[in-house]
Each structure stands twice: as C-alpha cells, then as structure tokens.
Design a protein around this ligand. Structure first.
Ligand code: ZN
Length: 273
C-alpha cells in the first residue's frame, strides 16, 4: 500500500509528479550568489492578531514538493513561464528607466502585437506561482484561480502589485543576487473566522511582486494589476525595519564586502540615527 499517495495537481486534478521551482531558473542562474537563498521558505501564518505557523513543509529548498503534474508544469504553463522570463529580463535591463519613471508599458516589454496575449500569460504565471505556494502549504487554491487559467476574460480576487525596494536598488552589488520568498499570510477575521484571504510576495533583487487575494491593497505598493492594463505602475517601499537592517549589516559583515558594510552602516545612521 502506498502510504504517501500523490496529491492531485491543483490545476488539472491528475496525480502530481513534478516539482515547481520557487524561482524561475533564469532568476536563479542570473542571480545565484552569496546569501541568495537565506530568505527562501516562509511558512503559512494565520494572521488574526496572533501570527502562528501552521505548516512548513521541509521541501527541497529550491522547489516545492510536487503539487502539480508534469504536463501542467512543462507543457501547459510553458507560455506563462516564457512570458515571465521576457518580463524579468526586460525589467532588469531597464531598471534605470523604471526607477526614474515608475512605470513599464507592456508594449515595450513584449512588442506592439504580442503584449495583450503575453500580459495574460504573465498574469497566469503569477497565478501558477501563487497556486503552487498555497498548495505546498496544504491550502486549497481558490476556484477562481484554477478556472481563469483556461480563459481570456475572467474575474478574480487576485491582484498583483509591483514595488521597488529603494534600499536594494541603491546597493545593487549586495542585492543583485537577492531572491526571496515572503511569508504567506492567511488573513482571517475575528467575526467571520477562517477566510480565503491571503497576502504573499516574491523578491527578486530590488523588485517585489506582491500577491493580494481578497485583500485590500496597502498604500504606496503600486497600482494593482490583473492583466487588465497595458502598463504596470510601480510603487516603492523604503528600508527594512531597524531589526531587519541590523540583520543586513550582520549578513554583510559575514558574506559581503567592506564597502557594503560601510554603506549599510551609513544608511542605518541616516535612517535611524
Ligand atoms: Zn496538472
């Protein structure tokens, strides 16, 4: 008897036999470096005033336990993965422009003829990433997300935002290789109990991609996007907290260069005195 039956693929329901990477291979190969994966992981927290860990599967650090089948992971999602690869390359090749203007027209990213179709693919890539994150935390993926993968027009409670981390941007030598997955939060309500309401984020160098499911968008994190606009408007966020900043200094002292330590300490002084 198989004591560890394969989970159904959250997209199609067939047995899961494929590990989805937490980051695209292109992100990893371009950025692999010191400290890159320190932030990988993130357990599901239930946030109803008292965050508490619910599930933290000890998966291979760079990929999830299978929550998806190989057909969905390799064939079906190929156009979504490709759209992300193009997006990621364009964003980091044009980071000065984005930093200066705070927007990215998708026509520039994908070309005049392809942007509409490709922006749908890009959104579906984010749905896949988010769905795999939920499924890996033993959380069922909301129906609207599964359904929209077949559609051109849809309604969904998932909204994506894009933010610039100004600290990471200012210190490219230190953060170029940074990849991180934020904690997945389930945001419950005291009056209504457990809810299908989540926040999550992915960090790639200075870019933070936010996922808000049935959750209000905080101010300044950028305009929400559901593949309904031809332009992405970036928000920004400043520094990490003082505690996080001290950790950055510690990390730099261990793994970074003297210059990075000096810069981070200088910045700490400027921000917190
Ligand atoms: Zn499947």
């Amino acid at each position: 008897m198989n004591s560890n039956p394969k989970k159904p693929c959250w997209i199609c329901g067939n047995p899961s036999d494929s590990r989805e990477h937490k980051f695209k291979k292109s992100d990893i190969t371009r950025r692999y470096g010191k400290g890159s994966f320190e932030n990988v992981g993130g357990m599901l927290h239930s946030k109803d005033g008292r965050p508490r860990p619910v599930q933290g599967p000890k998966s291979n650090i760079l990929s999830y336990h299978p929550v998806i089948c190989s057909h969905c992971n390799n064939n079906r999602s190929q156009p979504w993965d490709n759209a992300y690869k193009i997006f990621e390359r364009w964003v980091f090749d044009n980071s000065d422009l984005i930093y200066a203007k705070r927007f990215a027209p998708l026509e520039f990213v994908y070309g005049e003829d392809a942007w509409w179709c490709q922006s749908l693919n890009l959104f579906k890539y984010f749905v896949k990433a988010f769905g795999c994150r939920l499924a890996s935390a033993e959380t069922s993926v909301p129906d609207d997300l599964v359904d929209l993968l077949d559609k051109e027009y849809f309604l969904t409670k998932l909204r994506i935002c894009f933010s610039i981390n100004r600290v990471s941007y200012t210190f490219p030598e230190y953060f170029e290789s940074f990849l991180g997955i934020g904690n997945l939060y389930q945001v419950n309500s005291r009056s209504q109990g457990t809810m299908e309401r989540y926040t999550w984020c992915i960090n790639v160098s200075w870019l933070r991609i936010w996922f808000f499911y049935a959750h209000e968008i905080p101010s300044c994190v950028g305009a929400s996007w559901v593949a309904d606009s031809s332009c992405l408007y970036f928000g920004e966020f400043d520094a990490p907290s003082l505690e996080e900043h001290d950790q950055l200094v510690k990390d730099a002292e261990q793994n970074g260069t003297h210059e990075q330590v000096v810069n981070l300490k200088k910045m700490r002084k400027t921000l917190w005195g």
